[in-house]
Design a protein around this ligand. Structure first.
Ligand SMILES: [Zn+2]
Length: 311
């Protein structure tokens, strides 16, 4: 027997008639009363009322930091001194004397020389996002009383990877410093050579190193500043060649990452491996310098180099 015939029906003005048989319980009735949708009337918490993009959570201590405060503090957590990534333009602004920076080769940009799948799109995306043409900004500016050739890398542009433009811009910067008799300061942050440019990116290691050798022959100082994170072909070339090598606190620095090293050597890595502090203890770098003290310290070191040259 078709149980659907038991469904209650009402005809206008006629009293409902109960079916003669009770429908079996296992058979669900065809209609249920619609449960009213629960509307959350609880007042929204204060935290949820904070507009997105105004606060940043510190990954080290968990403090919520007002973005304006973070910007004013050079992207350093005021509570635990965690160093957030900072853009190259902001960093240059924090280091050089006002209106003294003359940028070099600002228009130079990469071409997809080995036709690497997706490379063109990534370049365009990062040009749009960072308003930069590649992963380094170079130019001549003054730090304190000293005219220096300054190169600042930006991790926001393809992970600060070194392609032919990064190598060429840095080489031209170093050569100009050699001609002008100025110190070179390069602030690195990089995942390494840019694989999308294949061997052309690897050539940059030799080219930048050779330019630094000519610079050193003129007995001119080169200060390399390593920031989080500095890896790969950049660390295997110009970043490791400084007469003075400085690093920001807790920056991760190395050639290959810890997982690759662990898998290759089958050895347990010591705690703090590849941090700036670990490398300072083991003699690879000369000092760790907090970002807010960087300008002052660079001025001190440049004074020292200049005094040494005079003597
Ligand atoms: Zn913090």
């Amino acid at each position: 027997m078709d149980t659907t015939s038991f469904t209650k029906k009402s005809i206008g003005g006629v009293a409902q008639i109960e079916p003669a048989l009770t429908p079996p319980i296992t058979h669900a009735p065809t209609t249920f009363p619609v449960k009213p949708k629960q509307i959350n009337v609880k007042p929204r918490s204060k935290k949820r009322d904070i507009p997105e993009g105004l606060w940043t959570k510190c990954p080290t201590c968990g403090t919520m930091i007002f973005d304006k405060e973070l910007d004013e503090n050079l992207k350093v957590c005021p509570k635990c001194q965690h160093h957030f990534p900072i853009g190259s333009r902001e960093r240059i602004h924090s280091l050089v004397e006002t209106c003294t920076f003359e940028e070099m080769d600002a228009e130079m940009s990469s071409v997809d020389v080995i036709k690497f799948a997706g490379y063109r799109g990534k370049l365009e995306r990062d040009r749009r996002n960072t308003m930069l043409t590649d992963a380094v900004v170079t130019g001549i500016g003054k730090i304190g009383a000293h005219r220096v050739a300054l190169g600042v890398m930006d991790f926001g542009f393809m992970g600060g990877s070194m392609g032919s433009v990064v190598g060429e811009k840095l080489t031209r910067l170093i050569e100009r410093a050699t001609e002008g008799g100025w110190p070179v300061v390069i602030i690195s942050t990089s995942g390494g050579a840019r694989m999308q440019e294949g061997v052309f990116s690897l050539m940059q290691m030799a080219k930048t190193s050779a330019a630094l050798a000519y610079h050193a022959r003129q007995r001119l100082p080169y200060v390399s500043v390593l920031t989080n994170n500095s890896y790969g072909g950049v660390m295997a070339s110009y970043a490791a060649l400084g007469d003075l090598i400085l690093a920001e606190p807790a920056a991760l620095i190395g050639f290959a990452g810890p997982r690759v090293i662990k898998d290759t050597t089958h050895a347990d890595l010591p705690p703090g491996f590849q941090t700036a502090e670990f490398l300072l203890d083991h003699g690879l770098i000369d000092a760790t310098v907090p970002r807010k003290e960087m300008k002052e310290q660079l001025m001190r070191y440049l004074d020292y180099f200049a005094a040494g040259k005079k003597n």
